[in-house]
Every structure is written in C-alpha cells, then in structure tokens.
Design a protein around this ligand. Sequence first.
Ligand SMILES: Cc1ncc(COP(=O)(O)O)c(C=O)c1O
Length: 449
Amino acid sequence: MESTQTSDWVARSLRSVWHPCTQMQHHETVPLIPVKYGRGAWLYDHEGRRYLDAISSWWVNLFGHANPRINAALKDQLDSLEHAMLAGFTHEPVIELSERLAALTGHNLGHAFYASDGASAVEIALKMSFHSWRNKGQADKQEFVCLKGSYHGETIGALAVTDVALFKDAYGPLLRATQTVMSPDARQAAEGETAQERAENAARRAAADVERLFNERGDKIAAIIIEPLVQCATGMAMHDPLYLQLVRALCDRHSVHLILDEIAVGCGRTGTFFACEQAGVWPDFLCLSKGISGGYLPLSLVLSRDEIYQAFYSADVTRGFLHSHSYTGNPLACRAALATLDIFEQDNVLAANKVRAERLTKALAPLANHERIKDARQQGMIWAFDAIDAGPAFSRRYFAEATRQELLLRPIGSTIYLMPPYILDDEEIDGLAARTLSVFEATLAGAGA
Ligand SMILES: Cc1ncc(COP(=O)(O)O)c(C=O)c1O
C-alpha cells in the first residue's frame, strides 16, 4: 500500500513536473524521491525511509526542516500581512531586515533592494552597476568580468557572467560577451613551500590577470563579479582571502565596481556571516539569497553602498532604478529571514559551527586520506573531496548509492562535497562522515574499480 503510494507520486511527478537542472530521461534509471515531510536535518519519504540532507537542499537550509522558531514567526506573520507591493508601500519585516543587514555590514552597505531568487539578485547588481555609471556620465562602462568556472545563475544576464559550459553553451547566441579572468582556485597553485604560500601565490597570479585586463580596458568595464572564498557550483574551488583584497584595490584604482555574489557563501557558510569579512573588504554590491530565509521562502537581495544609491537619487524618474518584481520584499520571506537572524544571534551560531566543523573535519579524515581522493579541502561549513579516476556518471551513481545509505549528497562531477545545515549533533556528524566514505567505496566497487 505504502510503496504503491510512492510509485504513484513518482509517476504523477514525471508526467507533470519538469524538474530543474535535470535531463528528465535519466529518471528512467535514477529514482525520483517523493518527500513527505522534513524534520531537522532529515527528509522523510512516503515509506518512512529517511535521508540526511547533507547539502541543505541546494545550500538553502540553515537550521533544519520545520524549524519550530521559523515556523512560529511565519504563522504569526500570516495572521497580519502575507504580502503588499513594495512600490509606494512599506512594512515592518522589510524595514527591520534591511536595517539589520546594513548593521551586519557595519553600515558599509546600507541600501537593500529585494527580489526572489539568486539569479534575479545578480541581474539587479549588473543592471545597477551599468546604470549608476551611466548616471555619472560614464555610459561607456558596459562590460562585465567574471572568473573562470564562475556560477551566478541561469537567467540570461546571470548566465552571461557564468562560466560553466554545461549550463551556458546551448544559449551562447543569446548571451552578451563577457571578459573571463583566471580563477584564484588554490588547487592550481604550483609554487610555494606551504599550502598557505601556494594559495597566496594562486591569488596573486589570478589578481595579476585582473590587473592586465583592467589596464587594457578598465574604462570600458562596469564591474567584476566574484563568488568570494568558494566558487561552489564549479566544484567547491576555494581561494585565499588575499585575492579579494587585491581585486578590491584594483577596482578602486581603475574605477570598476566589485560585485560579491554571496548567494551560496553568505549567511555563515564560510565561517563568518559574510565571506568577504575574512578579507576585511566590502564590495560595491553584495548579492544574498538561499540561506537568508533559512531555506523557507524565495528571497534575494542586493546590498549597495551609499555612493551607488546617491547616483540614482534625482528628480528625474529615468535616473531612478525602475526594476521591479511582484513579490519584491515579500513580508513572509522577510519574516523568515528575521527569524533566521534571531537564531544566529541567540544561539551564537558562528561559534557553535566552529566546534561542529572541527568534529566533522576529524571524522572525515579517513575519506580525506583515501587513496582515491585528492585535494581534500574545507572552508567553514563546506567540505570537498575530488575523486581520482571516478569513472563515468560518478555523480549520479554516488547520489543513488547515497540515498540507499540514508544520505542526500549530490557530487558535482567527481567532487564529493558536504554543505550540511548548522544543526547536526555529534551522532549525526559521525554518521554523516562514516557514510560519505562508505558510499564512496560502494560507488567505486560498483564501477568495478
Ligand atoms: C553563487 C551563486 N550565485 C547565484 C545562484 C543562483 O541562485 P538561484 O538558483 O536562486 O537563482 C547560485 C545558485 O546556486 C549560486 O550558487
């Protein structure tokens, strides 16, 4: 009876739902899992099987599924205001959230512009950058720079500054040309005695590439967009904070905006609330989404400097930023974000995560030292491991085996990574580490390795 229910949901979903980032034909062999409910770090299916959500449901969930505190805030908000348009009107949740985020940036980024998904925040930052130069009489500054392996979303503008061939190539004719510079990925570093020296050398080499480009055509460039500290979607490529310091200085020298896309790495993921805090620099635009609503509701935003805001402030309507989305600043989403910020404060989450991270790193040592693993790396609450000679379709085979062992893990190519919610207890940490390894071994064995 129960299993009929599951296959029924699967059949109905495959008939009517077009799933994201999926070649639908793969579901002829890879199972689709209907989720019935979530509690804490776990998702449960209709047959009572459970899955530890070790990638926070695409990097959004910070404090577990059905979190009682976020639930309570949302229920309270539902009884007062579910939505009101943000043009001509305003409301308490959006005001409070904007104030608290500005305070978290030390009031360096004091103006919050809202949207829903990450990609729309990227679109906003790109448009704002270009338009603010135009308003300042520098309409020639129209080009954008992105990093090799960068990922900023799937809409046309965001895809133009993305450098992942699999997502981009089919749409090439639709996209604006973009300048692409070297990635500071620390794995590429060749010279240096210590890992730190090598990471700094990779940062310097990549910053020199930015300098070369800015020297050539800085007067044409509006902005450079960077995922600070970790380029997640390209396979958790990590870099030294020095890179951000060097690029910030180059942006100042050449009058180029720095857009930091903290959609994946913000909200404590790298160990500080904002990743850029580790470099001691602030961008001109900071994009935030995913974890900001605790993984509850689509919410994204762009924080910008006062100088940018002032470039739009005028009696002339066309100098204003006339961009909008219907659900901009949705009160429910903002309230979820406020509840999320409350948890950060009340539970001293960043300090607690340090302890969690140390335990998980120790527990993962057998995987890090496995003969078929290289470049084990960690930044805050992100761990990544590159499989050697992983074999064809490694990611799909690992995912399928992981679900058999109660884990939700989806490698990127041959990179196994963990991005768990910030609530794992010791038992969950140890179990997660042990199973990440046993799934790896079973996947290798299945490939006849
Ligand atoms: C760094 C980064 N930017 C932008 C996006 C796009 O966000 P969304 O999928 O919400 O549009 C993502 C999504 O993974 C991301 O990792």
